[in-house]
Design a binder for this molecule. Structure first.
Ligand SMILES: [Mn+2]
Length: 319
């Protein structure tokens, strides 16, 4: 694993002919914020680039990020540098692109501890930062690139996403400082909040209620809920809808760790965990082949709802 400096990042981007930018599967606010911020960085350095994501057409985040600037089909012969943001492992890259990326020159800019094992990959990792978007913001500042209002909005959205509106303990004084500068640069704060927090559909409301109603207490400190694709279908809700509410489960005072398992593909569950009150969920996630942050981490489980449910009960004992 080769770590590189911001100066070297600038050099690498400037010497590329065309850059392809990727984030993780099912991109969230921070992933899109970092991808769009990185695109602006490359273009400001005079290098052409494209963002690639196999996103859902009706993704609500597209109310913030322009769909027309996201490409789906990737022709690897057209790009000589791959920039990956907000992603800590190849497994989190969409399978659609994974193979095509393996043979390319890769640079990773992120805030997750990395488990990429390819020694040719170059890394710039700031695990002390709240989001990949703020890492990009810092680079823009270091490269003396002036922020445009729309880019300030993208980065603001990324920070809001990964701090959950300045709620998590990754919200340092520096985050507020950055937010203030982004607002001064013209970030459309109300648009971000309207799209992300004031746009719930009735099926999302029903899903949120379903999650709380089906929450099961494992112990004094731990609770869990398992949601199958059939459950989601009954509620006319999607996996994207469900992801909006994982943090909400963590609002309950008594539980210091919450476990939410949801079926993303048939018999393939994503397990998202959240912690508070000085508890941590990362070590459990890592033990089960996943990753993330101390208080927000996850992993995958294979099996039908019954099998996953019994596995989750065993995992709850680890807290
Ligand atoms: Mn992130």
């Amino acid at each position: 694993m080769a770590t590189i400096t911001p100066a070297k990042i600038k050099e690498r981007i400037k010497s590329a002919k065309k850059v392809a930018i990727f984030g993780h599967l099912h991109p969230d606010l921070d992933c899109f914020g970092a991808m769009f911020g990185a695109k602006y960085m490359c273009e400001s350095l005079g290098v052409k680039c494209d963002i690639f994501s196999n996103f859902a057409d009706d993704l609500f985040l597209l109310g913030i990020f322009p769909k027309s600037e996201i490409k789906t089909k990737f022709d690897k012969s057209k790009y000589d540098l791959i920039l990956i943001v907000d992603c800590h492992t190849f497994e989190r890259i969409d399978a659609l692109y994974r193979e095509d990326l393996a043979s390319k020159d890769i640079l990773i800019i992120d805030h997750h501890e990395q488990i990429f094992d390819d020694t040719d990959i170059e890394f710039y990792i700031r695990s002390d930062k709240c989001s990949a978007s703020i890492v990009i913001y810092d680079l823009l500042k270091m490269f003396k690139i002036k922020l445009m209002p729309e880019v300030a909005t993208y980065i603001y959205a990324g920070i809001v996403g990964d701090t959950d509106r300045f709620l998590h303990n990754n919200t340092t004084p520096e985050v507020f400082d950055c937010a203030s500068k982004l607002v001064k640069a013209g970030a459309d704060v109300q648009k971000v909040y309207d799209v992300v927090y004031r746009s719930m559909t009735m099926s999302q409301i029903h899903l949120r209620n379903f999650l709380f109603e089906n929450l099961t207490e494992f112990s004094e400190k731990v609770c869990y809920v398992v949601v199958s694709k059939a459950d989601l279908a009954k509620l006319h809700a999607t996996v994207e809808d469900l992801k909006m509410f994982v943090n909400d489960i963590n609002l309950i005072k008594k539980y210091s760790a919450v476990v939410v398992a949801y079926e993303v593909e048939e018999n393939n569950y994503k397990v998202s965990m959240r912690a508070k009150n000085n508890a941590e969920v990362l070590s459990v996630a890592v033990r089960h082949g996943g990753g993330g942050h101390k208080m927000a981490a996850g992993f995958s489980l294979v099996g039908n709802k019954r099998a996953v449910l019994s596995e989750i009960k065993k995992i709850c004992k680890e807290f």
